[in-house]
Design a protein around this ligand. Structure first.
Ligand code: DP6
Length: 359
């Protein structure tokens, strides 16, 4: 498919108003997206677990209007929010060519997260995917008659234009985004991993250890730009291709030992890229390192398969098979919670993706 396939050609101009509502989860990358080209095209393919509990719920109300401007209001947890507007304005500008009805309506965007706003959990993936899904439901109301497959692909395509990683939040439990020799995947949207997934990876657990709940030190927009002219960029992009190919085999064979190695190496590579860019950043905190060392010790002593991954920040995602849930919960409570801000962590697990709440 090409971007042309996502252009809405005609629609019913007689619909006055309506409202739709979706929930969409966050996701956690195993092979990381870090570096992009123009139009939100990733430099390398990535794969993630879609989460279940950490999600955004968005209601979109649309009312026919006069005039040619984009018109929208954003309410976050019931309060009018101006801070989100520039990102949504950019999003509308990017997707307008695929959704020509955007200037015909005033939109009220009413949104909330199931996770605390100041938790350091990136809400752009869940937020942008929820908004993209709402807009797709509006498009259907205006006459689009779509297969489930097309609907999800276009929702993912649009979400990507809001925030790259958001394109991996539409479906679950594992989503691949980015052209890669070993799958049908595309740079334009995410698709569910098409291989057989071994029992070991069913309901995979992710506990987010909130080491630092503050604002991100480096925004992802700035972060991705650091890969332009980065001395190790090409090597890193080709490594991501290799890691994705290896991980696919592992997801089918159930080889947890190799899974741990690939996932932890990806997380550390992401941070290594930030440490070796110009300007350079260290986004881990002392407690991040303490947690990593505790995980390595625990794994050694208990023959466990628990491992960590990181986003572009200090928080740690603790990943482990469902079969180890009881033991790892105890490990978190007795040993890891003290490294988290206010001992705060969130239990989550791999899920099925977005859900329509109201049409
Ligand atoms: C480190 O999707 O937030 O979480 O496309 O600029 O919105 P934009 O970036 P974003 O980048 C996420 C990067 C990451 C790794 C990942 O999720 O793959």
């Amino acid at each position: 498919m090409t971007a042309q396939d996502f252009i809405l050609k005609s629609y019913n101009t007689n619909i006055e108003k309506g409202s739709v509502k979706w929930s969409s989860p966050s996701n956690i990358a195993l092979v990381k997206y870090w570096g992009k080209k123009e139009h939100q095209i990733p430099e390398n393919p990535s794969i993630s677990f879609t989460l279940s509990n950490c999600k955004t719920i968005t209601e979109l109300t649309y009312t026919k209007k006069e005039g040619d401007d984009f018109s929208f209001d954003v309410y976050f947890e019931g309060e009018k929010n101006e801070a989100f507007k520039p990102k949504i304005q950019t999003f509308f500008e990017r997707i307008e060519q695929y959704m020509p009805f955007l200037r015909d309506y005033h939109f009220k965007i009413d949104t909330e997260n199931t996770f605390p706003h100041s938790s350091g959990i990136a809400s752009s993936a869940s937020g942008m995917s929820a908004l993209a899904l709402c807009l797709m439901s509006v498009e259907e109301e205006l006459g689009g008659d779509y297969s489930n497959d097309y609907f999800n692909k276009k929702a993912s395509f649009l979400a990507r234009l809001g925030s790259g990683s958001a394109c991996r939040s539409i479906e679950g439990e594992l989503v691949v985004w980015g052209a890669n020799e070993s799958t049908e995947s595309s740079d334009l949207f995410g698709i569910p991993f098409d291989g057989q997934v071994h029992e070991n990876f069913k309901n995979y657990q992710d506990t987010i250890l909130l080491v630092d709940k503050g604002e991100k030190q480096v925004s992802s927009t700035v972060g991705h730009k650091l890969m332009y002219g980065h001395p190790f960029a090409q090597q890193r992009f080709s490594q991501a291709h290799d890691n994705l190919a290896k991980l696919k085999t592992v997801l089918t064979s159930g080889d947890l030992e190799t899974f741990v190695k690939i996932v932890e190496s990806e997380a550390l590579t992401l941070h290594a890229m930030m440490m070796t860019s110009m300007p350079y950043f260290i986004l881990m905190k002392p407690n991040t390192l303490d947690i990593i060392n505790r995980i390595w010790k625990y794994r050694e002593e208990h023959k466990s398969n628990v491992c960590f991954t990181l986003d572009a920040g200090a928080n740690v995602h603790l990943l482990y098979p469902e079969s180890e849930q009881t033991a790892i919960h105890e490990f978190i409570e007795t040993d890891l919670a003290k490294y988290c801000q206010n001992e705060h962590f969130i239990h989550d697990f791999a899920g099925k993706g977005s859900q329509l709440i109201k049409n």
